[in-house]
Design a protein. Structure first.
Length: 382
């Protein structure tokens, strides 16, 4: 009867669906089942007597081909060693402790995500620890993939909501303004002074221009979202597109007597999509003009770095508080401020800038202090 029981227990051990490894006090392997052999990629004859970390090919096991499992500084954090040592010393079993073990296989390293359980066993008057290991690496990778897809879905929903918000609100209001003032002029033209009529016409012009900019940005942004905006790289002098953007916005700056100073290395050529980066520069310079008071100063600076260039647009305007800085590049947030002359914003310009810089594998960021001005900077690979 006892022999039959032992045989049946041996079969249970050997055919268990999870890895079972029997280790002694030092953590040396005495027995391992088939699932354990599959996990390690080695048979019992290969791992018998080896330290568990050595059998797993832990990255901390070898130094100059010498086995130092349990002796390296990082071994104190080893989840496998800590599990069986704690059980051996305390006598308390552990159940499904989540652990990450970094493995070295030839010239590459990777991480195993494990659930480790331990149980103390007394066999032939000797004490051992049975280590049960479940490899949940694939499940963890699937979980992370699902989390990433969930994040992408949230971003898509936010993009859709922002798109409809712009159509239903930001486009509707300017047209209502245009229609309202046009109707006033049509129905009561003679009752207004020349000064009032000029004021109404200026409001119609301002609203029309802002609506056009919003539509332009909206169309570009929608192209990026559906993947129909491909970059067309060409070698251009960065100074050329900076001065071209300034010339297009000169009238806007002159209206507020704002001075624009440029510092850019001569003959600095870079491979970019000219249209995209020109759009980025126009948006950033427009914002700088918008939020800088009359007789203010804007500095545009270009620096060569090790593998990229950094372009900065700095103003001495109203600045942005910390709470709003975090909202600038998020599609989930609706953020727009009036300029120092009550210029309206579209709420899309900076989001579009970030999309275009991302397509160039660059970075876009902002530094600002309320009342002290703002600096927008972006990098482009050389």
């Amino acid at each position: 009867m006892q022999q039959k029981l032992n045989d049946e227990l041996s079969q249970v051990f050997e055919n268990a669906a999870v890895a079972l490894i029997l280790v002694n006090k030092e953590g040396r392997i005495k027995l391992i089942n088939k699932a354990g052999e599959d996990l390690l990629g080695q048979g019992l004859v290969d791992v018998y007597g080896k330290l568990a970390g050595e059998a797993f090919r832990c990255v901390n096991t070898f130094i100059n081909k010498y086995t130092v499992c349990g002796e390296a500084e990082d071994c104190t954090h080893c989840p496998l060693r800590n599990s069986f040592e704690a059980t051996y010393n305390s006598g308390f079993n552990q159940y499904k402790v989540q652990s990450d073990l970094e493995i070295k296989d030839k010239d590459k390293t990777y991480t195993l995500h494990l659930l480790i359980s331990t149980a103390i066993l007394n066999i032939a008057s000797s004490k051992y620890v049975l280590v049960t290991i479940e490899d949940i690496t694939k499940e963890r990778e699937l979980h992370n993939e699902l989390k990433e897809r969930e994040k992408q879905l949230e971003e898509l929903l936010a993009t859709k909501n922002k798109f409809f918000s712009i159509i239903s609100h930001d486009l509707k209001n300017p047209f209502a303004t245009i229609a309202g003032f046009a109707k006033l002029l049509l129905e009561d033209y003679s009752s207004f002074t020349d000064e009032e009529r000029e004021s109404f016409l200026q409001m119609i012009i301002n609203s029309s221009e802002n609506t056009y900019k919003l539509l332009e940005n909206l169309l570009l942004w929608s192209k990026v979202q559906v993947g129909k905006m491909n970059s067309n790289l060409e070698n251009v002098y960065i100074s050329d597109i900076i001065y071209e953007a300034i010339s297009q916005l000169r009238a806007m700056a002159d209206k507020k007597n704002i001075q624009i100073e440029v510092s850019v290395p001569n003959n600095l050529s870079i491979s970019i999509d000219k249209f995209m980066i020109s759009t980025v520069l126009r948006n950033l310079i427009t914002n700088a003009i918008k939020f800088t008071p009359k007789f203010g100063l804007i500095n545009i600076n270009v620096e060569e770095e090790v593998s990229n260039i950094k372009v900065s647009v700095k103003d001495n305007g109203v600045g942005i508080d910390d709470e709003n800085i975090s909202r600038l590049f998020k599609t989930t947030e609706k953020f727009s401020m009036q300029g120092t002359d009550q210029e309206e914003g579209t709420g899309l310009g900076l989001i579009l800038c970030k999309e275009f810089i991302d397509l160039h594998k660059g970075e876009l960021w902002v530094e600002s202090k309320k009342g002290q001005g703002t600096t927008f900077s972006f990098t482009l690979l050389m």
